[in-house]
Design a protein around this ligand. Structure first.
Ligand code: ADP
Ligand code: MG
Length: 310
């Protein structure tokens, strides 16, 4: 449904996106995960035709976003990071305005009723947008994306700035929309994309660093961690770990270290021999390992280690 090929975007000498390629099948709900500045909004602005790329291209249902913008855009509902709401319009007037703008063909009354029902804004349709709470405004933003019934929805950080109750409501709404739409949703929060998406694409520094099913992200990223307890000084153990190629990152577990026994959580690369390497390195320096076991390792840890590595 969406095909993104070799997208690169430069702002002067800042590379916001660097050779990003992926495709999204009809009906998939895909999460764009990445810290602030990763390039999520830039990618979404290019996919929706609001920004041109430096190189690479995007097609939506076979229509190139630059060569056939009308055909491509007709298929997309977009909630940008800052929704273009007009504060002095009522919700009804605003939806009307969007309807005209998109040249939508649906029977207006029934169409608006359906959208307002779904996004739970029926009660505020006569109110001025400037008098709505942030939560309601966000829902109006989603409602405008639904005008014209586009099969694809692109939602840029739809829960930012909402309170916990509104976050849950918005997630529920996105899940429901995902039942009959192709969705790309961005977020800098791992648990959010895990809760809502079938598939996760991780962006960092403008690069695509992972693309996998939500439940396989940990495996896909090839991360492993061990808990290591050894007898020695802090500095000896840190020096040993720093000297090992298989060690990606480590952290001392202060609470679990007592006397001369120090405990560390050590993140390893995917190499087979990582444990042996550690064992022999420590033995060689007469720093006995008293325990070495697989650590419980959350996806959050993997994500953090990935985005802090770059
Ligand atoms: P995200 O949405 O993941 O937070 P963005 O796509 O907004 O990331 O930004 C990606 C990078 O591009 C950042 O380094 C940001 O500072 C830069 N950037 C975004 N928009 C502009 C712009 N209009 N001019 C210059 N740099 C920009
Ligand atoms: Mg953004």
């Amino acid at each position: 449904m969406i095909k993104v090929s070799h997208l690169t975007k430069k702002y002067g000498n800042i590379t916001a996106l660097s050779d990003v390629s992926f495709s999204v099948k009809r009906g998939e709900v895909v999460g764009f995960l990445g810290p602030n500045g990763a390039g999520k909004s830039t990618a979404m602005n290019i996919i929706t035709g609001y920004l041109s790329s430096t190189s690479g291209n995007v097609t939506v249902d076979g229509h190139d976003i630059l060569e056939e913008p009308t055909e491509a855009k007709k298929r997309i509902g977009y909630l940008p990071e800052v929704p273009p709401l007009y504060p002095d319009m009522t919700v009804n007037e605003y939806l009307d305005f969007i309807y005209e703008l998109k040249g939508a063909k649906q029977k207006k009354d029934a169409h608006f009723n359906e959208i307002c029902e779904l996004t739970k804004i029926a009660a505020v349709r006569g109110r001025l947008i400037k008098n709505l709470s942030k939560g309601y405004r966000q829902r109006v933003g989603i409602a405008q994306a639904l005008v014209g019934n586009p099969p694809v929805l692109i939602l840029d950080e739809p829960t930012v700035g909402l309170d916990p109750k509104q976050i849950v409501e918005t997630r529920t709404l996105v899940k429901k929309l995902g039942e009959d739409h192709t969705v790309i949703l961005s977020s800098h929060i791992l648990s959010e994309v895990q809760a809502v998406c079938d598939r996760i694409i991780v962006l960092n520094n403008g690069k695509l660093i992972a693309d996998s099913k939500s439940d396989q992200l940990g495996q896909h990223l090839g991360g492993r961690a061990v808990t290591l307890r050894a007898v020695g000084s802090d500095s000896e153990i840190k020096a040993l770990l720093n000297g090992l190629k298989c060690v990606r990152r480590f952290e001392k577990n202060e609470a679990a270290s007592k006397g001369s026994v120090q405990e560390f959580t050590v993140q390893l690369d995917a190499s087979e021999q990582a444990r042996e390497e550690i064992f022999f390195a420590f033995a060689g320096k007469k720093t006995p390992i008293v325990e070495l076991k697989t650590a419980e390792y959350s996806l959050e840890d993997i994500f953090m280690s990935l985005v802090s590595k770059a």
